[in-house]
Design a protein around this ligand. Structure first.
Ligand SMILES: Nc1nc2c(c(=O)[nH]1)N[C@H]1C(S)=C(S)[C@@H](COP(=O)(O)O)O[C@H]1N2
Ligand SMILES: [Mo]
Length: 330
């Protein structure tokens, strides 16, 4: 897909041009005449990014500037992981099981038009166009630590707003106790799906109070720009106190349920991946320790660091688990 200027986008895909201009920096947008190809991506990213051409932001809209406000919920003080590392070292099994594959393959993901269904136990089920979702609330810059269950970590400047702001617009029924997230799935597009044994579509879930926690972010961008496809464009969730796999990419549905949903990783190996999956240095993965992590992009001698309970977000989230045995409910 090639996008030149806002008027090239069918009007059915956008709410209004005004809205678009409000949220996308137009100058940047016009420069983003970009295809998924690496060379074209380089031209579109502009001089300030040419140094990072080696890490293409894949996707027709990737690299488009988003208008953001600073968030009080940001984590400060840690060095950000470079854009290059964020976009070249990914888990996105629909596009291959190796971390270098999504950057090569995720350009195939069609991120426009895109809709998100809000369904299940809600008074007002609704299907949203992605551009409506983007403009519903001010987009915030929020730096979060990201801890993968594989014992590596990053510090990522995300862009989005609290998922609770969307959920509040729907009146979930009192019977809604859990939320399930379903990722886009098309075998023709995500030809690498058969490389792994997880149950497709990729699905994850949260308890309602976890989903409503202000830290749970409905995410549209990183580094102030539209998400590259390999990072879960056009919309994903990010739950910073849980292992990275809870943060489903490229979601097409949010479903409210009365029972705990089954999730892809829990189904794949119940023993290894629990439903809660809170970052917890005191509960090792059956095959490796979770006590420390390797910070991606740091010099070798500085990579290893201690993993923090709830990934360092204990002050904000520990009360959600009062009275629960976190060794049993891992
Ligand atoms: N649909 C989908 N979502 C996914 C994954 C995946 O394979 N498919 N991998 C998860 C894992 S294991 C991690 S660590 C994060 C990685 O996100 P990032 O590449 O943006 O850092 O995405 C999570 N969300
Ligand atoms: Mo992960």
């Amino acid at each position: 897909m090639l996008i030149g200027k806002p008027s090239d986008i069918p009007s059915s895909e956008i709410t209004s041009k005004e809205q678009y201009d409000r949220y996308f920096n137009r100058r940047r947008f016009l420069r983003s005449a970009v295809s998924g190809a690496v060379a074209a991506g380089a031209a579109a990213l502009g001089a300030e990014r040419l140094a990072e051409v080696i890490s293409p932001s894949i996707g027709a809209l990737a690299g488009t500037k988003l208008q953001t406000v600073k968030s009080p919920l940001t984590t400060s003080g840690e060095e950000l992981t470079s854009l290059k590392d964020l976009t070249n070292y990914n888990n996105f099994y629909e596009f291959g099981v190796d971390k270098g594959q999504p950057v090569m393959n995720a350009g195939a993901l069609p991120t426009r038009p895109w809709t998100l269904r809000v369904e299940g136990l809600v008074k007002k089920p609704k299907t949203f166009d992605i551009d409506t979702l983007l403009s519903m609330r001010p987009l915030e810059d929020r730096v979060y630590r990201h801890r993968c269950v594989e014992a590596w970590s990053m510090v990522i400047p995300w862009v989005g707003y609290s998922l609770s702001e969307l959920i509040n617009a729907f009146d979930p029924l009192p019977s809604a106790k859990y939320v399930q997230f379903l990722s886009y799935f098309d075998k023709k597009v995500e030809k690498w799906w058969s490389e792994s044994t997880i149950l497709w579509p990729y699905s994850e879930g949260l308890r309602m109070d976890e989903a409503m926690h202000p830290l749970t972010l409905l995410t549209f961008g990183l580094y102030g720009e539209v998400l590259p496809n390999q990072n879960g464009a056009p919309v994903r969730v990010v739950i910073p106190w849980k292992y990275g796999f809870k943060s489903a990419k490229s979601i097409v549905a949010i479903r409210f349920l009365d029972k705990q949903p089954s999730t892809s990783w829990n189904q794949q190996s119940e023993r290894e991946y629990g439903f809660y999956s809170n970052v917890n240095p005191n509960v090792d993965h059956p095959r490796w320790s979770q006590k420390t992590e390797r910070r991606i992009g740091q010099p070798f001698y500085a990579q290893r660091r201690t993993t923090l309970m709830f990934n360092g977000y204990g002050e904000q989230v520990a009360s959600l688990y009062n009275g629960m045995d976190l060794k049993k409910n891992f």
